[in-house]
Ligand binder design. Structure first.
Ligand code: M6R
Length: 610
């Protein structure tokens, strides 16, 4: 997804912008560019290209871009294809104003018409070019004023960074519906859409709110709302350090993040389990404890992997707390006119905290008067800040586009919420102690499971050329099967479907033949014997069976093609363990196919468009 890095200070801007853009590569992009104010001739030097940052670096060698003010961007094409011309920055017709933009200008066609009637010639197919010309139209020597005036009539979403060659000491930023934050250092300031681009320079961050316009100078900044009235925004310290954003000895971020899960889960549960009371203490829910006692229905809304974590959460909350739960795709929820009663609580789940559909679902729920609590990984993200409370994952930065440690951490957070709600209702002290201890021991069990990586690589070698996969599971493991299939699709580009195991006899069994690998998630639980029957029927139709189980010496050993034996814990918490081999299987298959697992084609880390 598009990313912005801008700089004003006393150091050469270009290397800082390039490093920042590299830190944003994980988000996915198809072109990149920058404008730097050349301190030798006072002109803007702009370089942009389709393709990777490496190509931009090579192109940048051809120009002299010395200067301590600049803006840069990674673009994921929305309006207009991924070409050199459509890449950002976009310039005003006189070349004096440069703009980078995340988001979508919804009324760009109408604005473009006005500009064309006034004689402006457009060079790109983007909505962003409209912004550059529109700001220039209002420019009378004060860039801040021109941006404020231009934004009055632009509809849609934006995170903007703007510079003007007439004003070498000013960097302007603006935000509506697309994140933007300042990174503060002495005598230099960064403006970015993603704080991971600036953590190597500073942990002092000021998050902008919607409709903020910031005017940054070398010695400070001022924030106004879109009407030009001053507003104050607090500085915060962000978590994380540079090491978290680097691969270390791992060949890919995804593998690093899979292996980081024990640590991520330890951080996620640290200080939150009260083992002796058999309960969980989640600071972000402290203010809502009374309200939580009186809710009689929960809606959880999310997208993608977070949606599958929510599905596991549904099983956990219903099982332990006895509260009916509905899980909804945020993209559907936002337009469905959902019914939200007075005792209905809404949760959103989002790793990034920036997913447009999830944010819109949150706003719709709040509009209807619901209390909305959120489960996010990225501290200070838009969804986290727009919520009435919630729980951070503390899983550490997740860079790989395919979500792994965030998924297991989401399930663990949901399990702690289910425990807390359960202890307010039907879970006894004894039940609570058993569950709290089981949650506490998950990091160790994940550690043991990771030792299976080489065995799973061997299985991957047998199937990496397959064109289809089926993933099956029941109850808690139906969402695990769906998530396993999503992981495989995303990074290997193999078609995969997740299905409730018992449902395949109602249709999908017709797909089974010797070319169909079927991954069955079958821990030894109450449904185990039934899943064994499902597996037997797949085998009898010639399917290749890869079974993930805790069972030793069960009938399944006799007919499965491969067994992945995982450690066992409380049945309801098994999804945390069982999803790890599926992550590894997808990873090894994708690597064997020669794919770029960290930035798979067509995908971005946070989907900030509808
Ligand atoms: O940041 P979010 O959790 O809101 O993102 C939701 C989905 O876009 C995300 O989970 C997506 O499906 C991932 N690529 C899954 O690996």
């Amino acid at each position: 997804m598009c990313g912005i890095v801008a700089y004003i200070g006393s150091k050469p801007a270009l290397p800082i912008l390039m490093n920042g853009l590299k830190r944003l590569e994980y988000r996915g992009y198809d072109s990149a560019g920058f404008s730097v104010l050349n301190s030798d001739n006072g002109k803007l030097e702009t370089v942009k290209t389709a393709g990777k940052i490496k190509a931009l670096e090579n192109k940048a060698k051809e120009i002299n871009a010395a200067g301590a003010l600049g803006i840069s961007h990674t673009r994921w094409a929305t309006h207009g294809g991924p070409t050199d011309i459509n890449a950002h920055p976009h310039l005003s017709a006189d070349g004096k104003i440069a703009v980078v933009h995340n988001g979508v200008v919804e009324n760009y066609a109408a604005v473009k018409k006005i500009l064309e009637a006034e004689g402006v010639k457009f060079t790109s197919d983007t909505d962003t070019e409209v912004i550059a010309h529109w700001i220039s139209r209002f420019y009378k020597g004060d860039l801040n004023e021109a941006v404020l005036e231009a934004l009055q009539s632009l509809e849609g979403t934006f995170g903007l960074a703007v510079i003007c060659q007439n004003e070498p000491d000013v960097l302007i930023g603006a935000r509506r519906g697309s994140p933007l934050a300042l990174g503060i250092c002495e005598n230099e300031t960064f403006l970015t859409s993603d704080t991971s681009a600036v953590i190597e320079h500073t942990q002092k961050i000021v998050y902008l709110e919607d409709n903020d316009v910031v005017s940054i100078r070398r010695n400070g900044f001022t924030v106004q709302n879109i009407k030009g009235q001053p507003v104050s925004r607090e500085m915060q310290r962000i978590e994380g350090d540079l090491e978290m954003a680097q691969k270390g000895d791992f060949p890919h971020f995804m593998l690093k993040e899979i292996f980081e899960q024990p640590e991520a889960l330890r951080n996620c549960t640290r200080g939150r389990l009260i083992l002796e009371e058999g309960n969980a203490k989640l600071a972000g829910l402290d203010n809502s404890l009374k309200e939580l006692r009186s809710i009689d229905r929960i809606i959880i809304t999310a997208c993608g992997t977070s949606y599958y974590a929510a599905m596991v959460g549904e099983c956990l909350i219903e099982e332990w707390a006895g509260i009916p739960v509905e899980v909804e795709y945020a993209s559907e929820f936002r337009y469905r006119n959902p019914i939200i009663g007075t005792n209905t609580l809404v949760f959103t789940v989002s790793q990034s905290g920036e997913t447009a559909d999830t944010l819109a679902a949150l706003k719709e729920a709040k509009q209807k008067g619901a209390t909305v609590l959120s489960i996010c990984n990225v501290v200070g993200s838009t969804i986290a800040r727009a919520s009435d409370g919630g729980v951070y994952l503390h899983a550490g930065a997740e860079i790989g586009i395919a979500s792994t440690k965030a998924f297991t951490a989401q399930v663990v957070v949901l399990s702690m919420i289910a425990l807390l709600l359960g202890r307010q209702r039907r879970l006894s002290h004894e039940n609570g102690i058993e569950i709290a201890n089981a949650i506490d021991s998950l990091p160790c069990l994940v550690e043991q499971t990771l030792k299976l990586s080489d065995d799973i690589l061997a299985i991957a070698k047998s199937y990496y050329k397959s064109t289809n996969f089926l993933y099956l599971g029941r109850h808690y493991h139906y969402p695990v099967a769906m998530e396993g299939a999503l992981k495989l699709k995303e990074i290997s580009y193999i078609h995969a479907e997740g299905y409730p195991a018992a449902e395949i006899k109602h249709g999908p069994i017709a797909l089974i033949d010797e070319n169909m690998p079927v991954v069955i998630v079958a821990p030894k639980d109450a449904l185990f014997n039934k899943v064994v029957s499902n597996a037997r029927s797949i085998k009898s139709h010639g399917g290749k069976l890869i079974v993930v189980t805790t069972a030793n010496c069960s009938p399944i050993d006799e007919f499965a093609d491969h067994i992945i034996r995982i450690p066992s814990t409380n049945t309801a918490l098994m999804p945390v363990i069982a999803s790890v081999p599926l992550q590894l299987l997808a990873y090894h298959i994708a690597v064997l196919r020669g794919n770029d697992v960290d930035t798979p084609r067509n995908l971005t880390k946070s989907v900030m468009v509808e």
